[in-house]
Design a protein around this ligand. Sequence first.
Ligand code: SF4
Length: 221
Amino acid sequence: KKGLYPVVIQAACAGCGTCSAECPNDTITMRHFTDLQILGQVDAILEEKPMEKVVAFACNWCSYAGGDTCGTSRLQYPASVRLIRTMCSGRVDEDFIWRAFEKGAPVVLVSGCHFSDCHYISAVTWTQQRVEKIWTQMEKLGLRPERLQLDWISAAEGQKFARVMRQMDELLKQIGPAEVEESRKIVAEFLREKREKKEKRLAKSAAGETVGAAAGPKEGG
Ligand code: SF4
């Protein structure tokens, strides 16, 4: 409900993290997969030689497990791919993706379960909607939307995992430093405006224009 803090019924929570990713005010903290933990991984990956990295978010049950199948099948995939595990692709907050572009990632991949396999029933539909929204925003900002990729890889699809990662590596080679540098500036400005809007919204809320049912962030997962 508008103006009220969310209340998570922990016994009913399956732990996908979608609510944490979708909350516009970041009032829901996902245990073990907090914003700070994931943003820290993004920053660490891109701290050195970002032009040589693909930031790939992979869900625990399918895509990340697909990476394990790839490894145990002794298939190889490019070393440029750096994986960040989340329980569900629904946890991949748009802030994580924007941060990766701000820090100079040429390519970002979001990967999750096939629609019929989603371990959280419909969380993957939120993933798709979110990525489509970011593609639209990227177009508006003048960024190439294909720099953000979305794919579905099951735990059994080790070969597909290797193929998708090779495709990401190929895409990486098509993106030059000038384009990345320009997009870093555009995204930094976009995030600055986004932060300002959020601060204004929260200040308005704190001033009592909306009534909080309870104070402080809530936990999901
Ligand atoms: S983390 Fe729990 S409360 Fe949040 S959307 Fe997923 S199942 Fe629902």
